[in-house]
Design a protein around this ligand. Sequence first.
Ligand SMILES: Nc1ncnc2c1ncn2[C@@H]1O[C@H](COP(=O)(O)OP(=O)(O)OP(=O)(O)O)[C@@H](O)[C@H]1O
Length: 745
Amino acid sequence: MGVGAGAPLFGYAALSIPAAAGLSIGAVYAGVAGKKKQLRDVEVDEVIERLCPVMGIPEATRAVLSVSKWSGGTPGVPGKLTVYYTSAQPLNDDTWFDDICEVFEDQGWGFFALAEHDPNRRRLIFTPAAEPEREPSDSEAVARAKRYVGQLLGPTATVTAIDVDTKTGEVTSMMVRHEIGSKLVSDGYRTRVERAINAMFPGRWRAKWNHHTDEVTFEQRAAFPDSVWLPAPDIDPDVDLLASYDSVEIPYGVDEDGNEVVWRPAIDPNLMLIGPPGSGKTVTAHNLLVNFSRRGWPIWVLDGKYVEFLGFQDWPNVQVVATTIEQQVAMVHRARDLMEYRYQKIVTGEATEADFEPVLVFLDEWAEFRGNVEDWYTSVKPKGGPRQPPVLAMLASMARKARTSRVHLVFGTQRPDAIYFLGDMRDNFAMRISMGRLSPQAATMMWQSPTIGTSVPRKCRGRGTTVTDNYQPLEIQCYRVPDPRKTRDGTPDADLLDRLRPPVTRHPRLLIVPPESLPDIDASDETSEPAPLTYFDYVAADWVLASDRPDLDPVLKRARMNRDTDRRIASPTALLGLLGAPETPTKRPAMADFVDLDTYRRPTLAKNDPAAAAAFLDKLADPAIRTEQSNLDQTRTRLTVVKEAVDDAALSEESDYAFASGDEHEDQYGPVQDVRAADVALGDLLLMEDTDEWVVVDTEPEPDIIEDSLLSLTWRSDTDEVGDLAIPDSSYVSIRKPVQVPELV
Ligand SMILES: Nc1ncnc2c1ncn2[C@@H]1O[C@H](COP(=O)(O)OP(=O)(O)OP(=O)(O)O)[C@@H](O)[C@H]1O
């Protein structure tokens, strides 16, 4: 038996019980009903013992509770509970009534709810109610999360909200209020907390700190998708390029939350695209090309590798894909001339920027192009001509004039060499994408931080780093597009290309006509050899509509490739003239023998119709304008280039961009070394001995926040797994350090 009935539990003078309350503390019944009454009193006293602390009453007293309307057997359950309070203070506590009801429920009396509150009498009446909806009690994962939070942010930290994955039961995000704001002002401390959260919970986590409210939200990061195809929303194919220019947004990928990232060329005129082989740089360039073509922009392409853009040679609005070194040099000069022409028109007051239709120029695989041009130049350098090919000195000034001339550059290369960031180049290529993983050295060049982009998983193709609207670096998955050259009819890739292909060709395809040698005008006798063509002859090459020169059209040539051709090319032995293959290729039939020229597709009628395009080209080719624009251009009649004819001032201004030939550091990491854990640095490759896998160390090693005698190494794998290793700093591990590349200094 519990507390003895019939007497106050303890003296409780402070509580004045209204006489009408009918509290039957002194009544002890005997007889038939005595047994039931006794049992009920015991229950009531048990409840009172637990209720008094909830009511803020230090010593238990029966004056706190009156119980009536019992029903259902022995002892049964009450139907009305009247609770008296002395202090109104707890009324401010949102959970007070629930806490009172919980006492009744714990006694087995069922669920109660407040039915009436009489503040004058300081009385609360509770009656039976339906079961309230309650938060389920903490799962093991939640309890663990709360415990970790207490360890990291102090015992007073409280988890104010928590999300759990209903399938796995794992915590996916939590909001925490803490009282260590002053400690968390330090970046270092916050980083340590974030590392610890990453180490303690499955998956990758990020923290959003709110220093004003002393709150932090930890969220599990969503996994990036492996591949996201470029969406093909409807776009007006006839949109007015001049009117739409300012609002053009080119979506090129998604961040980890699925938000689309866009390039706005009217704000950032040029884009720099960096990526080692296999990282997805070419696919990203194709994605940009398709995007712009769908918005009706004319596109010119320099393809430093010659083969990457072949599939887009007959894509609507792609005007030219320069695939030989001669064409490429001519194209860059012509783009530069177009920029200068427009610039001059503004200077002379004949036009404003708003009068120019935008053009997109790809300068892809620039380092490769640079090497090729340097080699080629030795064979075409005119006597007395500049030492370096002039085309290599144009990049910076083209980038600078892009905004005014609306001739926008996509500059692509494998590595962010220091020369691409000299002078105002950094500002003129503020819009950037780096594909794949960067070394800490390259990351410093590209993102001014040795940590950004250095842990991008190498096997996740199309993954890279870019900038947000506020120029903050951000990891993204770039959109993917099929390469038309490698896509077979009837496949889903072909269907997607059909949806992405602009329905109207607004800008006709152009060809750069190879210049022909002319007789040497200085020669005294008629039998002398024609003078060899020089660099400037190639620069001055004519441009024509592709439809006017089917004999030169590579698209047409490809269209007539047949199985015989394929087979002949397939065998290296056959190509060597062995095994019965024809030693000299048979003369090919004339174009007219196999193509009906009349049915050869002319460009779809466009705003820029062929006649207008031809007039535009004439204008560009007009010697008067060309001489005015640049002294670098030489026409074929001026075969001997005298030194003075070259604008040395223009060249010397950018002579620092005399590009060094680039080494290949494909893997970017040096030999295997065994070092103490204390000597491991961010960006090193680390061998995980249990899985025999190389992972990258993705944060600066630090003492473990929980066990500070250990060193914590966080890592990310090539397939985007993450983890944390806490080891004594004297233990040995195998690492590979990123190589230092001289061109990045
Ligand atoms: N955004 C992407 N999403 C998914 N897979 C991609 C993506 N981009 C590229 N890939 C895959 O990676 C392969 C290589 O891509 P890509 O040709 O663009 O690489 P690259 O960096 O240009 O290399 P290389 O210079 O050798 O051509 C593609 O064939 C494709 O399978």
